[in-house]
Design a protein around this ligand. Sequence first.
Ligand code: GDP
Ligand code: MG
Length: 598
Amino acid sequence: VPVSRIRNFSIIAHIDHGKSTLADRLLQQTGTVEQREMKEQFLDNMDLERERGITIKLQAARMQYVAKDGEVYCLNLIDTPGHVDFSYEVSRSLAACEGALLVVDASQGVEAQTLANVYLALENNLEIIPVLNKIDLPGADPDRVREEIEEMIGLDCREAILCSAKEGIGVDEILEAVVKKVPAPPETVDEPLRALIFDSYYDSYRGVIVYFRIIDGDVRKGDKILFMASGKEYVIDELGVLSPSQIPVDRLRAGEVGYIAASIRSVADARVGDTITHAGRKAAKMLPGYEEATPMVFCGLFPIDADQFPELREALEKLQLNDAALKFEPETSSAMGFGFRCGFLGLLHMEIVQERLEREYNLNLITTAPSVVYRVHTTSGDVIEVDNPAALPDAGKRQFIEEPYVRLEVITPKDYIGTLMELAQNRRGDFKELKYITTSRASIVYEVPLGEVVSDFFDQMKSRSKGYASMEYSMVGYRKNDLVKLDISINGDSVDPLATIVHRDKAYNVGRALTQKLKELIPRQMFKIPIQACIGTKVIASESISAMRKDVLAKCYGGDITRKKKLLKKQAEGKKRMKSVGRVDVPQDAFMAVLKLE
Ligand code: GDP
Ligand code: MG
């Protein structure tokens, strides 16, 4: 196929608006994947992703399509992850395309993630094709949603495609629109090789598999290539296309999408956004947009059983081969023993890593509450980055602290505007803008400390809006605030993983709520347990857990065996997740208590 008949595009959508279902339909309709081998949602192929209904890892698929003009076109669909934690990956996938299908659920409308994705697509100068999905639903209102898209995004929606990915309506029209509206890649095959990496993963047999789009030049099996950002050189063992399974070929050229295997040892050598060029005939400049991964959220991971420390290290090392954004270093805590301080792109990334450590590596872990990265200006004039509240220098050594802020956009039905603004205000948000999208829905913009967002903001937003509001955020920079460290002691021992950094104005309330919450969560023991919250040496709140008097089973009034069994089982489950801190058993929940104060 000549370059003029290649189309590279992706699908952007808010979660659940039908991106994966549509992708499946496109593969089916073009005969790329036979009906019988069609697993539900072919493109999301990690179990975890399927369970959570999100796309984390990008994949790509090449489709042959015979258009109405009688010509055969090569359509490359590049899938994007659907979560704010991975917006860098999304932006690199979009940079590998000339166009995007903007899928909006016609029964819902424009949501926060729709907008965030559109901004990324516009930054990459993509041709955007609006698609109104789920028109089979009785509640679908394509006219209203068309207006919303025009109003919010300024995109002409007269030709928006009406679609039901579920029932296969509008799929042909979409394929035709991709052919007609998405520009062909430029003809730059004679220039030195530049290929943009939009995904990579570690394969234990072949090493890292790199997915890329060739922007300039061409590449053959056996070529010696250079990754321009990492500086690493490798020889290509295998070159191929994604259909969506891997099919080896001998040569790929400008405009095409494919993969290579080159016995690459770690994804860090071939990171998303890096540029592949020839080691012999180097390109003068890297492709724009490459960024190092910066972890935004940190937490401590401690094995419940101290013997599992070496296994935890090994597991983290293995995960890191496949995840260049995961950072970790050993951490020792007086209360918790040996563990690791780990850095993540965001909360979802953190949860994914924790879940994989437990599921795939059978580790029993205690996870401490997430923290953002603070910039501490010391009295000696240094600026140090602190990602662990326990490591904050003493008040006497600090001039001031800066914390990261995000621009947060919430889209909501108008009934919940009041309660959501109150939520943002409670989280120290600075109000920026309130805009009606239609008479019934609005967009609210705040600038909020990231630390307030990574706690339970998302859950609060969902519960206050009965699930109807959506949110997205992006970093805007660091700001100085009056922050203090709140220390927690249990039974006289300061428990460093429970320390948090809070605004001075909120410290008393947080201290009181936290000690009360810990009192609820920590099981009684045979002795009385005092719990205190302090700023420096000053105690600002205290509670105590009274000693246990009766056997738990006494509550069961003898007879009911099944109830007894249930109770014992529950206790046993609870025990699995306990860490002994001094003489007190502290359950996993307690380490997250600070997130659940409202
Ligand atoms: P994604 O999160 O954007 O990938 O969305 P999915 O493709 O996973 O779809 C989310 C849900 O919407 C699934 O339960 C789909 O079956 C359903 N869905 C997708 N497209 C349609 C459609 O056209 N009509 C209806 N009624 N449901 C759809
Ligand atoms: Mg999906």
